[in-house]
Design a protein around this ligand. Structure first.
Ligand code: OGA
Ligand code: MN
Length: 222
């Protein structure tokens, strides 16, 4: 059986256009991270790719691939939905679907741009899908584990269509003592920030909230 060409695959001409848009999005993201430690980039990837990734997420959810997210690692891991109410499913870097591969390639572009500009030594990528059911949230936290300095840069790509400010569910990035930057989780927007510099939280949403969250890692020792 021949597989139908997924519609996010584009003709070469269209791909060149998308390539130029991606280069601009990567440059802008890199610039903002270098200047203030975090970036919020709308339309980091195309709407078609966002729709294809949301489709992947739905397929996984239907297949029962999501588990409650935990806090901490190994023997310290606990499930606490008073702290974190999302359900997650990890991507497997060795078994990426076509849309996941497209996203991976885009993020690899960002990784090498950040390394060239900031000498961060970013080495590898890990990522999971996340679903926050209505009312779920993630309390204020830092992304780095106490015993592991590998996560250098955190990023989140949102997969929601037509997210209105009334839907809630903002990512609130705490900047300094008393300032905060709220990010609306609209499909295609990429938020990223230096992992050990910004406490952040996910405010409760009125509707289901979909994303892929991930980290660029460096090699130890730290
Ligand atoms: C996380 C996280 C933010 C978001 O998964 O660690 O902070 O906006 N996610 O989903
Ligand atoms: Mn986080």
């Amino acid at each position: 059986m021949t597989e139908a060409t997924p519609d996010y695959r584009m003709s070469d001409g269209a791909r060149d256009g998308a390539g130029a848009a991606l280069v601009r999005a990567v440059d802008r993201t890199c610039e903002d991270v270098a200047e203030r430690g975090f970036a919020v980039t709308p339309r980091f990837v195309s709407r078609r790719l966002v729709a294809a990734l949301a489709g992947e997420l739905r397929r996984r959810a239907a297949a029962g691939a999501f588990r409650p997210a935990g806090i901490g690692r190994g023997a310290n891991r606990v499930e606490r939905n008073d702290i974190r109410g999302d359900r997650i499913s990890w991507l497997d870097a060795h078994a990426l679907s076509a849309p996941e591969r497209s996203l991976w390639n885009a993020l690899e572009g960002l990784r090498s741009a950040l390394n060239a500009r900031m000498f961060l030594g970013l080495f590898s990528l890990e990522a999971h899908y996340a679903v926050y059911p209505p009312g779920a949230f993630y309390a204020r936290h830092l992304d780095r584990f106490r015993d592991d300095g590998a996560r250098v840069l955190s990023w989140v790509l949102y997969l929601n269509e037509h997210w209105s400010p009334d839907d809630g569910g903002a990512l609130r990035i705490h900047v300094g003592e008393s300032d905060a930057h709220d990010v609306r989780p609209e499909g295609g927007t990429l938020a990223c920030f230096i992992a050990d510099r910004f406490e952040h939280e996910v405010l409760p949403a009125k509707r289901e909230r979909l994303s892929i969250a991930g980290w660029f890692r460096r090699r130890g020792p730290w």
